[in-house]
Write a protein that binds this ligand. Structure first.
Ligand SMILES: [Zn+2]
Length: 361
């Protein structure tokens, strides 16, 4: 298992080598011994036990370690092998306690239900689907850099599950299907992909702007340096031109040199601009479809006017908390609910409005 707060490349290598039958020994933060199976070890002749580092600073203490950053042959090989393993995998969270004691007490601690009495009428377990999308982001300009970015989508309601990645590090997973548990409703994997993709693009805006700014600064510096170089060359040639004012042949030769100098300047400037153009490629490398059992709690709600309705809330035994419910009127997720005179349940802001139709929560 990788150290906490590791970068995604480190996390990927540790998890992938382990899952591929290799051995990983953590020596210190960002430094590991890897015992690689044949398919993963490169270059030939195979060097099966290697020390790798994910932080250049670690190399001062361990100069023999191989630095695994984007573009390193070993990392490229691991990514290629991972890609060949099939892009979609399925697994299930196991070992969770689905019998929750004091569920009403937990509910009252998590939710505010305005002017209503609430009683638990039943519980049942359902499997809820998550999509764990791993994207590879390639930045191509005068150099190539790559990074991995994981986005997890809760396929029940399309919300991003930001904390799940760290929770899963200490969670038991299995490939065996929970055949005694039905699946809860889920959006399609493609819908979940669109949500994940939009989130990656949102996260990339800042990083792309930063890189563009850096590239522009480097381009400006190089253009300034080259402009000075070609200006000096031109000035020198023009001075020579005045020296040979009476020599037509020499003048012609120097004029040709000035023209060649200008053409070379334009060509090199164009090449520089092309090299400093940033291209960003985003590709989905892996998708893990993870099913997790949760407890659906049915509640009877009775308002002050004796109006009644039913509400279902979801207890997440992995995070040990209730999930927010979606208001059927404004579609926002909330921990605050109210019941109208017509027995409509929703967020207090929506319920305060009058003449609302009764919709299922
Ligand atoms: Zn609302």
């Amino acid at each position: 298992m990788a150290h906490p707060s590791v970068n995604p490349i480190e996390e990927f290598v540790v998890d992938f080598v382990t899952s591929f039958g290799g051995e990983v020994e953590s020596l210190e933060p960002a430094v590991y011994n890897l015992l690689l199976p044949d398919d993963l070890a490169i270059p030939a002749p195979k060097q099966e036990l290697i020390t790798v580092a994910f932080d250049p600073e670690a190399l001062t203490e361990r100069p023999q370690a191989e630095l695994l950053i984007s573009g390193s042959p070993l990392l490229d090989n691991l990514i290629d092998v991972a890609r060949q393993q099939g892009r979609v995998a399925r697994c299930f969270v196991t070992g969770l306690n689905l019998k929750v004691h004091g569920i009403l007490h937990h509910f009252k601690r998590s939710f505010i239900f305005h002017e209503a009495e609430v009683a638990v009428s039943g519980t049942r377990s359902l499997l809820f689907l998550y999509g764990l999308f791993m994207f590879r982001i390639s930045y191509v300009s005068d150099e190539k850099e790559e990074e991995l970015c994981e986005i997890i989508v809760n396929c029940f309601d399309g919300r991003l599950a930001r904390r799940l990645s760290s929770t899963l590090k200490t969670t038991a997973l299995t490939e065996e299907i929970w055949d005694h548990c039905l699946m809860a409703r889920a959006i399609s994997v493609f819908e979940a992909y669109k949500i994940a993709r939009a989130e990656v693009e949102k996260q990339l805006v800042g990083r792309i702007n930063e890189r563009r700014l850096d590239l522009e600064q480097r381009l400006t510096q190089q253009i300034t340096r080259l402009t000075a170089y070609y200006d000096t060359a031109r000035t020198e040639l023009e001075e020579t031109l005045t020296k040979y004012a009476d020599d037509q042949k020499q003048q012609q030769t120097i004029k040709e040199k000035i023209q060649a100098n200008e053409l070379e300047r334009q060509r090199i400037m164009q090449e520089l601009r092309d090299k400093h153009r940033l291209e960003v490629l985003v590709s989905l490398t892996n998708l893990l479809l993870l099913s997790q059992p949760k407890v659906v709690v049915s509640l009877e709600v009775i308002g002050k006017k004796k109006q009644q309705n039913r509400v279902s809330v979801i207890w997440d035994p992995l995070e040990e908390c209730f999930e927010p419910v979606q208001c059927p009127l404004c579609h926002k997720h909330t921990y605050e609910l109210a019941i109208s005179r017509m027995a409509q349940v929703g967020c207090p802001l929506c319920i305060e409005r009058k003449n609302i139709p009764r919709l299922p929560l």
